[in-house]
Design a binder for this molecule. Structure first.
Ligand SMILES: [Zn+2]
Length: 236
């Protein structure tokens, strides 16, 4: 139902890899159809140069959400971008249930957007679950998302894969790119969560550019060019 409505509104964009998707309009539609509780927020979604596929930031005390989507994702099919933005919207929607990636993916599935999330994970190189925080949390992979779909959603996923022209294949090596970064601003501190790790940011940082640089078996995390953490490469 949801998928049919999206595609009727978005038909011209389905095959248009040459045309840049209007992610502002897409996120408005997602909120209207699947995330009604986020309608009170002003949501700003922009294409940016980022080190992860997406970065989301919100302030506890205001109704503003900022989402940055990597410019590299412009090459993805619209269905995959829909899955990515759904995952980002599910972060503020599930903020009171703990900030786990698994809960966030579960929320996307519960809203009937699982077929899009499955396509997104193929573009993101996550065919199988991607464990983070030493197995305490995880991103769902294509394989296990598919197993959790209803019969109707499975048929919708197959129709999507046909339209996208994608055959699900397990990559020979996992892709070491951070999926997404969350920045939380409350009245005391600003912190970010990356691959399940919470990192506190210097006081005057509002919505910093986060850069990840691989260096001697570690991933250096920079916020506005300031080194804020070194994470083990095994976490990615
Ligand atoms: Zn996430």
């Amino acid at each position: 139902m949801l998928i049919a409505r999206f595609f009727r509104n978005n038909e011209g964009a389905l095959n248009a890899l040459t045309k840049v998707l209007d992610i502002g309009i897409l996120s408005e539609k997602l909120v209207r159809l699947a995330y009604p509780e986020l309608q009170r927020y002003t949501i700003d979604v922009t294409w940016r140069k980022t080190s992860s596929f997406a970065q989301i930031r919100w302030e506890e005390s205001s109704n503003k959400i900022s989402i940055r989507i990597s410019r590299d994702v412009k090459d993805w099919h619209d269905a995959a971008v829909t899955g990515l933005i759904s995952h980002e919207l599910s972060h503020p929607a599930t903020k009171d249930k703990g900030m786990s990636e698994l809960n966030t993916d579960g929320d996307v599935l519960s809203r009937g957007l699982g077929p899009y999330l499955a396509v997104e994970r193929l573009f993101a190189g996550k065919y199988q679950d991607h464990e983070i925080r030493s197995g305490k949390d995880r991103y769902l992979g294509y394989e296990s998302i598919r197993l959790q779909l209803t019969d109707l959603e499975t048929r919708q996923l197959d129709a999507l894969l046909y339209k996208v022209g994608l055959i699900p294949v397990k990559p020979s090596a996992p892709i070491r790119i951070s999926h997404d970064i969350i920045i939380l601003d409350n009245e005391y501190r600003t912190s970010m969560i990356i691959e399940g790790h919470r990192i506190f940011l210097p006081e005057d940082m509002d919505n910093p550019d986060i850069k990840l640089v691989e260096c001697e078996n570690a991933m250096n995390v920079y916020a506005d060019e300031i080194l804020v953490a070194k994470l083990s490469l095994s976490e990615f």
